[in-house]
Design a protein around this ligand. Structure first.
Ligand SMILES: [Zn+2]
Ligand SMILES: [Zn+2]
Length: 211
């Protein structure tokens, strides 16, 4: 026991007095074992000591400046390789284990931030529905197939061969989402509300067409 202690003391002192040699050995090890070194680094970064050191560094002037530089570099890199980075990110998010983790994290966060979570979900829903609506009119045309009306607010989607009421009842009010999910099937057209209603109460033909 005493002997071990003495030996450890000796090694410690030797390391202090031969810093160059120690550094050279470390460097050689890093070069020869990049994977081990990475793993070691990862483990070390998770220790309290490393975290504390990192925190102190980024609170210093030098650290702050370096952080700004890093942020700028990351931004530049993102702008340069936007598509590639986004593609990789999407692929990464599709991995089952990542999806599960994200969903678990979200559920946990949601429990403590109910109001904010509701807002986020609603906003996402609205954005999705707006996207579906936009794509729908891009597909079926941005003007009424009967009278040519082209003001977006007047336009709706018509079931060419009728059955719209029944169909809407079946799929709910979200016709644009349904069309998008079903790859914009045939049998639909853009009509203005006037022509759509006129057609409906006139037995399937818009009064415009009867003149
Ligand atoms: Zn019309
Ligand atoms: Zn009409």
């Amino acid at each position: 026991m005493e002997e071990t202690k003495a030996r450890n003391e000796y090694h410690k002192e030797w390391r202090i007095n031969n810093k160059d040699k120690v550094d050279a050995i470390k460097k050689r090890f890093k070069e020869n074992n990049p994977d081990k070194e990475k793993e070691y680094q990862r483990k070390y970064n998770k220790t309290e000591k490393a975290k504390e050191k990192m925190k102190r560094y980024y609170e210093s002037e030098k650290g702050k400046a370096n952080l700004e530089k890093k942020k700028l570099k990351r931004k530049e890199n993102y702008q340069k390789n936007k598509d590639e980075i986004n593609r990789k990110r999407r692929e990464y998010c599709k991995r089952p284990e990542i999806r599960k983790k994200k969903s678990d994290d979200w559920k946990k966060w949601r429990e403590n931030n109910l109001e904010r979570a509701k807002e986020i979900t609603n906003n996402a829903k609205k954005r999705y529905e707006a996207k579906c609506k936009k794509l729908t009119f891009e597909h079926y045309g941005k003007k009424c197939a009967c009278c040519g009306e082209s003001i977006q607010e007047f336009l709706t989607i018509d079931h060419i061969n009728g059955g719209g009421t029944k169909h809407r009842k079946k799929i709910g009010r979200k016709i644009y989402v349904w069309l998008f999910k079903n790859n914009f099937p045939e049998g639909f057209q853009t009509l203005c509300f006037n022509c759509n209603w006129g057609k409906h109460i006139n037995g399937g033909i818009c009064p415009h067409k009867q003149k």
